[in-house]
Design a protein. Sequence first.
Length: 219
Amino acid sequence: MQADLTKIKFDDKGLVPAVVQDADTGKVLMLAYMNAVSLQRTVETGYTWFWSRSRQELWNKGATSGNVQKVVDIKYDCDGDSLLVQVKQTGVACHTGEYSCFHNILWRENNLPAVDGLTTAAILSELYKVIQEKRVHGGEKSYTKYLFVSGQDKILKKVGEEAAETIIASKNNSSGEVVYEMSDLWYHCLVLLAYHNISPSELLAELSSRRKKENNSKY
């Protein structure tokens, strides 16, 4: 497969910066540089290749560590001088062992909640990943594993129970209780999605499509 590299403006060293982003969570994982060869190889193999400015050589991300990046898509900006590479990350992206290279906080507005810079969609996606992991590899004391072992009826019962408790919290006009109970409800709803192998992104896509429909009676 060939990419139309004429649309990309490489700098005087033949490089273009590439921002790598988790396709599921939207979290920025790393910044690296590509030249024409590494970009073409990325397109051909479906995995990220970069140009190392320090070693002056091509490198295939995760070739030695196993932390490979399966490419979902590659976009270029309006000027054509930078790339956005969305990937499915295996393991961690940073050589320090952190999931993202951008894990050091330089500044944060005091009034913003500390949620590690993640969007709501990203938080749900990460929790969903944990649920799927516990579904398969959870230990004897894993509550998530217990739900899947117990089966669909148990999961549905818990969704119903948590929905009822959320209703009661709302009737009590207690914001704290609503947050607590709805957190439980959302968790069990994610378990139900996982049971059907439906990702949160599919749910959000459905909500987004409804929002775009004019005169939709559901909104």
